[in-house]
Ligand binder design. Structure first.
Ligand code: ADP
Ligand code: GN1
Ligand code: MG
Length: 375
């Protein structure tokens, strides 16, 4: 049996352990995440209707302790449910909802030590792989800003660090250097210019962590993986409805969330675009997100945080670039790849974007100043 079929048959067996009414009609691979195996599971219900769910096999090579991770996800989603209800929102659509197993657990562990979980499928939504309009990106910014705001009072001490040093850029730099020194699959010689680009920016890796250490930036509950495809948009209204992919919700800097969104969404091309002439920072999109994020955070950010927006964008883009390049050097063991050199192509887009941010630095700073002054 192929790996894909094996996983799918595991998915079918896993579903039997969840408290879901009806019988499985279909299980299909779903979405474009780089980490978990995601399926759409369609159930035939007793009344002749259908109900859909998201089933995921958690990547336990990356998330070392799935039960602890699920404690975070349950804690955060239950908390968000209450906040959304208080705001007269719809908690079945505006946050993820964990479906329990027959034993009442938030995950199922199979005989091969695979960990599975199920969420209600949020119906009537769109997941965008690319920003289609400045308005969408503004809405995305507002959603991620609001996510931070909704979790502002969440008991931080209850959150587990699901991946240590996730956005600690100096630590990511050390990982990259280790991958380079080991050169496990003999690829370093193929990518000297990219390696040079990464190494020559070591000094800047400290820009945010130093400010955190000095107490100039506050630690908050952040999402940490704010790609546009981690938001579901309401098909009917175009509103950014639900923030998903909560595996990395941990204490972090607001600038991680701001920056990671910019690196993915304000680029003129896809994360894995091969034609680098298509990759630039779109300043109109940068501005739209800045406005949306400030609106969503609703006055909660400090002046220092806002001032550092451009650095957040640059550092998160650089960090992702060294992670992709490091994974290329390690033999593609972390991010899912779908073609030869996939991680290298991804690293190249990130570095092209960093270089473009360096060129457009003054404009980025002016845009942030303009909107900072307006709040
Ligand atoms: P990964 O960690 O691999 O990125 P995600 O949790 O982001 O996995 O899920 C992958 C994709 O599945 C998302 O980009 C989205 O398209 C879809 N998805 C995830 N959860 C839901 C949900 N509850 N309802 C509808 N679509 C979802
Ligand atoms: C991964 O899970 P997904 O595809 O949303 C990664 C992010 C990277 C991103 C790059 C847990 O995100 O950190 O920025 O790929 N998630 C994890 O596309 O490592
Ligand atoms: Mg995702």
């Amino acid at each position: 049996m192929s790996l894909g079929n094996l996983v799918r048959s595991g998915a079918k067996k896993a579903l039997e352990h969840f408290a879901i009414e009806g019988s499985v009609k279909e299980i299909l691979p779903y979405g474009n995440g780089h980490i978990n195996d995601t399926f759409l599971a369609v159930f035939q219900t007793g009344s002749g209707g259908e109900k859909r769910y998201i089933l995921q096999r958690m990547n336990h090579n990356i998330f070392k302790d799935p039960p602890l991770l699920m404690e975070n996800v349950v804690g955060v989603t239950e908390y968000l449910r209450k906040v959304i209800l208080d705001q007269s929102g719809d908690p079945d659509r505006e946050t993820l909802n964990v479906v329990r197993t027959l034993e009442g657990k938030s995950y199922f562990e199979d005989e091969e030590q695979n960990f599975w979980r199920v969420f209600l499928f949020v119906e009537g939504t769109l997941c965008l792989e690319k920003v289609e309009s400045a308005k969408d990106f503004y809405n995305g910014g507002a959603a991620f800003g609001n996510f931070q705001k909704m979790l502002a009072e969440y008991p931080v001490g209850e959150l587990h660090e699901t991946i240590m040093n996730f956005h600690n850029t100096p630590s990511r730099f050390q990982d990259f250097r280790r991958a380079l020194e080991e050169d496990r699959v003999g690829r370093a010689a193929l990518v000297r210019p990219e390696i040079e680009f990464a190494l020559s920016r070591e000094e800047e890796t400290w820009a945010l962590t130093d400010l955190l250490k000095k107490g100039e930036l506050p630690l908050r509950v952040t999402h940490n993986d704010t790609k546009l495809n981690n938001i579901l948009f309401d098909q009917a209204t175009g509103r950014a409805l639900c923030v998903i992919d909560l595996d990395t919700v941990m204490p972090g800097l607001s600038l991680y969330d701001f920056g990671d969104s910019i690196r993915f969404g304000a680029s003129t091309g896809a994360e894995d675009e091969r034609d680098l002439s298509r990759i630039e920072l779109d300043l109109e999109l940068f501005e739209a997100f800045t406005k949306g994020f400030l609106k969503g955070c609703d006055g909660k950010l400090t002046h220092r945080e806002i001032e550092m927006f451009p650095m957040g964008a640059k550092l998160m883009t650089y960090e992702c670039g060294i992670r992709f390049l490091g994974d290329f050097l390690n033999g593609d063991v972390y991010f899912k790849v779908h073609r030869g050199n996939h991680n290298l192509d991804r690293a190249r887009t990130q570095f092209k974007l960093v270089a473009d941010m360096e060129k457009k630095w003054d404009q980025m700073v002016s845009i942030v100043e303009k909107h900072h002054a307006g709040i």
